[in-house]
Write a protein that binds this ligand. Structure first.
Ligand SMILES: NC(=O)c1ccc[n+]([C@@H]2O[C@H](COP(=O)([O-])OP(=O)(O)OC[C@H]3O[C@@H](n4cnc5c(N)ncnc54)[C@H](OP(=O)(O)O)[C@@H]3O)[C@@H](O)[C@H]2O)c1
Length: 368
């Protein structure tokens, strides 16, 4: 890897994803010359301790990006919409974790193992997918490339860390209240999350899906370069601290049996097959937490589809790591390695254009 040190900003540095980003930059020995930690005005002046060094949090304002090479954003969509263009104008390239830019036809939406080539034409902003889509895309890629994809149905079981620091505290508080025989207090979610399952993540759209479910539909199509792929999703929040789990049902174009599917999954970098049901071995949220890999198991024929054209399986990954921070740092590594940090227009590269761009497929279907 190009070891030239870079000035890196982390925006949202006090949040659960931002803190994981700082940890992963360190773990992967990303060549950071200067690290600027930024958050809202509420946190400015606070300090954080990293590897024995004390760093002060600055306020994320446009001037804070002067001299920054790469800015890793995880501060929510409003902050990204407002600050990412200012960061680009100041000369930084933004890798954004929010939903603000993901479905913009000019912005590449990239999973490191799936479509790193899409980074080449970036205009200064690169989008990191939603955590549920992130762990699904490399697994679907394996089937797309070998046997073709016709239809995908995904049901998610998502941890509370996907909502952020307040939700972690809420689950903990409700568990403690239960043990103490007290009433649970719900403020982050509309209902108690402890000992419950909530089929509502993000806001409801006119078509009856939630925005989270719609992200899985539209982001998967964009990342896989399959704008017409038939995808459906039900997203459920469950009382797990870290790692999202997904039950996936796929209809393929060509026949595939479970053994071949396991081989295809295991060949994808960063994907581990754990599939010995007789030994009670299958992917678990608590095992995946703290790891960067995507775990796949319970691979079997979907008996509702004939001719070996249907598969069912279970996919688990740490939503804070591969689902957010690890992928963002991997994208930064690719940009640095390939000398693609500057926007395409400054390198004479062809600008990125999303597959099926201009059809407004996303908005039209979402409100259908
Ligand atoms: N959690 C996940 O699994 C996950 C996965 C993928 C993507 N994401 C995305 O990552 C982002 C952050 O998520 P999180 O889970 O880390 O949330 P979080 O724990 O609630 O942290 C939010 C962070 O954003 C900062 N922030 C809020 N408003 C800001 C503003 N106007 N200007 C600058 N900084 C601001 C906060 O700073 P203060 O401390 O100063 O308020 C805090 O550092 C969201 O866009 C989320 O959708 C999260």
């Amino acid at each position: 890897m190009n070891r030239q040190p870079l000035t890196v900003a982390v925006v949202g540095a006090t949040g659960v994803v931002g803190r994981t980003m700082i940890q992963i930059l360190n773990e992967r020995e990303f060549p950071v010359g200067e690290l600027r930690l930024l958050a809202s005005g509420r946190s400015a002046g606070r300090t954080v301790s990293i590897d024995g060094r004390t760093l002060e949090i600055g306020e994320a304002v446009p001037e804070a990006f002067v001299g920054v090479d790469i800015a890793l954003f995880s501060a929510g969509a409003d902050a990204s919409r407002e600050l990412a263009p200012a960061a680009v104008a100041a000369g930084a390239t933004v890798i954004d974790n929010s939903s603000a830019w993901r479905m913009d036809d000019a912005i590449p939406l990239v999973v490191s193992q799936v479509n790193p080539h899409d980074l080449e034409g970036h205009p200064g902003i690169v989008a990191n997918p939603n955590c549920s889509t992130m762990q699904l895309a490399p697994v679907l890629m394996a089937l797309r490339d070998a046997v073709g994809l016709e239809r995908v149905v995904v049901d998610t079981y998502q941890s509370v860390s996907g909502t952020g620091a307040d939700a972690l505290a809420e689950l903990e508080g409700q568990v403690r209240a239960h043990v103490a025989g007290e009433e649970p207090v719900a403020s982050v979610y509309p209902h108690p999350i402890a000992f419950n399952a909530l089929p509502e993540i993000d806001v409801f759209l006119d078509n009856g899906y939630t925005k989270e479910e719609w992200k899985v539909v539209s982001e998967s199509r964009k990342i896989l370069g399959m704008p017409d792929l038939r995808v459906s999703c039900t997203a459920v929040r469950i009382p797990v601290f870290v790692s999202h789990s997904e039950a996936v049902h796929v209809e393929t174009r060509d026949p595939v049996d479970p053994d071949r599917a396991r081989e295809l999954f295991a060949a994808v970098p960063g994907v581990i097959v754990q599939d010995e049901p007789g030994e009670h071995r299958y992917p678990l949220a608590i095992d995946a937490a703290g790891h960067d890999e995507i775990y796949v198991g319970r691979v079997r024929r979907d008996i509702s589809i004939g001719d070996d054209l249907g598969l069912a399986f279970w996919v688990v990954s740490d939503n804070l790591r591969k689902g957010a921070a690890t992928n963002a740092v991997e994208l930064a590594e690719i940009l640095h390695e390939r000398d693609w940090i500057r926007p395409a227009s400054m390198r004479g590269a062809v600008p990125y254009r999303a597959p099926g761009a201009g059809r407004s497929l996303d908005a039209a279907e979402a409100t259908a």
